[in-house]
Design a protein around this ligand. Structure first.
Ligand SMILES: NC(=O)c1ccc[n+]([C@@H]2O[C@H](COP(=O)([O-])OP(=O)(O)OC[C@H]3O[C@@H](n4cnc5c(N)ncnc54)[C@H](OP(=O)(O)O)[C@@H]3O)[C@@H](O)[C@H]2O)c1
Length: 158
């Protein structure tokens, strides 16, 4: 199963200067709890921004980094071909796509679930989540924790 996990403001903003435009410890805790012991796939820029913050890749998760460069990373598995990687994920395994924009956009057609933290506020930034046709999804979970809503969407059918 392929799942996208993202936090966005009311306008779909997700990033600013290669960082998150906000800090919500409750969302970071939710992200950690949801993705722990799973595979997490990210674009090279998101990987860089995580390493800049933590000094390393995300702990307790198998980090996979998408890049066009011939990179060798000591704490992450590097891939270059997203569609062929996604097609090999077995149904019983969950892969979380954790951003950023370019990787969300390319993975969206393959996504079975969307874990979206909706932030009931408007921020400044430069990177937005791609447009989602929510009519193709049903809400399977919604937890209000103002100003955050933790929502899970499941694709109705392919
Ligand atoms: N709000 C959230 O939940 C959330 C989550 C994650 C990230 N973000 C934010 O999103 C922003 C980063 O997003 P972004 O779109 O600029 O960067 P990104 O998606 O993290 O990384 C882009 C890089 O990924 C590689 N890449 C992308 N598509 C590829 C493909 N089809 N094949 C091979 N390599 C590919 C390229 O790496 P190379 O240049 O190395 O070739 C590209 O430069 C940051 O502001 C970050 O904080 C927000």
């Amino acid at each position: 199963m392929i799942a996208l996990i993202v936090a966005m403001d009311k306008n779909g903003l997700i990033g600013k200067n290669n960082e998150l435009p906000w800090h919500y410890s409750k969302d970071l805790a939710y992200f950690k709890k949801t993705t722990k012991h799973k595979k997490v796939l990210m674009g090279r820029k998101t990987y860089d921004s995580i390493v800049e913050k933590l000094g390393k890749a995300l702990p307790m998760r198998e980090n996979i980094v998408l890049t066009r460069q011939p990179l060798k990373l000591k704490d992450a598995y590097v891939i270059h071909d997203l569609p062929s990687y996604l097609r090999k994920i077995p149904e019983e395994e969950t892969l979380f796509v954790i951003g950023g924009r370019t990787v969300y956009e390319a993975s969206l057609p393959y996504a079975d679930r969307l874990y979206i933290t909706h932030i009931d506020d408007v921020f400044e930034g430069d990177t937005y989540f791609p447009k989602v046709d929510f009519s193709k999804y049903r809400v399977v979970r919604k937890e209000e924790n103002p100003p955050l809503t933790f929502a899970v969407y499941e694709r109705k059918e392919r």
